[in-house]
Design a protein. Sequence first.
Length: 126
Amino acid sequence: MEEFEILDPLLLIKVDRLWNEYDLSRDLDAHILYEITRGFWKVSLKRVTGRLVCAVVGGIIREIYVPKEWHPAIEADGSRSALNPEGRYQFSGTPAVSAQHRSYVHRSVKHLYKPGAQSPVTYWPK
């Protein structure tokens, strides 16, 4: 896939493991994709402000969201996340609808990852 011009600051989140766990490649459920993308991430609140959030699988953007707010990671029952809650956040938002933002979906962002990077979270621009 060819590179494309990115005009917006992005937060790229690799969700490959959960994508496969929920078998979303066979039956894409938009609500489940949103839920697995929205949290629980170790992010800097200063750095995520103003960024679009991208669900990335296999180096391809599968969906892009406009976060309305970021807050400490909370489980569905209202308790703090058991997954090392300190410093982990989740967002509330909606799928992007503008043509510019939608143009990023199904595009490769493999070139934005450092080889061997372990974190599922990547900021663009750095």
